[in-house]
Write a protein that binds this ligand. Structure first.
Ligand code: ZN
Length: 103
């Protein structure tokens, strides 16, 4: 697989492959959706105000981590460009790298 072979230099000059970056993106996206769906549902079922506070904190942190993930190609935010953002974007808003792409 070609995408596994291609590597980039991360901010701390550690060599990271595109596949690793996409795996990180997938994890952040999963945490984002879980913070939307699972944690508030469980908090509602258990009627716990502390779980609602925890859910709110998880939502804020996961949204930040998901939306401000850096594109593996251009190293700018993948889902944010200046004053607009689209968390359902299928390509980088800065360099048009397609989702799961390696070029
Ligand atoms: Zn990009």
């Amino acid at each position: 697989m070609v995408s596994v072979q291609r590597q980039i230099n991360d901010a701390d000059s550690r060599v990271v492959s595109f596949a690793d970056k996409w795996k990180e993106y997938r994890t952040r996206r999963l945490m984002f959706y879980l913070s939307w769906l699972v944690i508030p549902t469980v908090a509602g079922l258990l009627e716990s105000q502390y779980l609602f506070i925890f859910a709110g904190l998880c939502f804020i942190v996961s949204t930040y981590r998901f939306c401000y993930w850096h594109c593996p190609k251009c190293h700018q935010y993948y889902l944010v460009k200046k004053y607009r953002s689209n968390f359902l974007a299928r390509k980088c808003l800065n360099c048009s790298l397609p989702l799961w792409g390696d070029k």
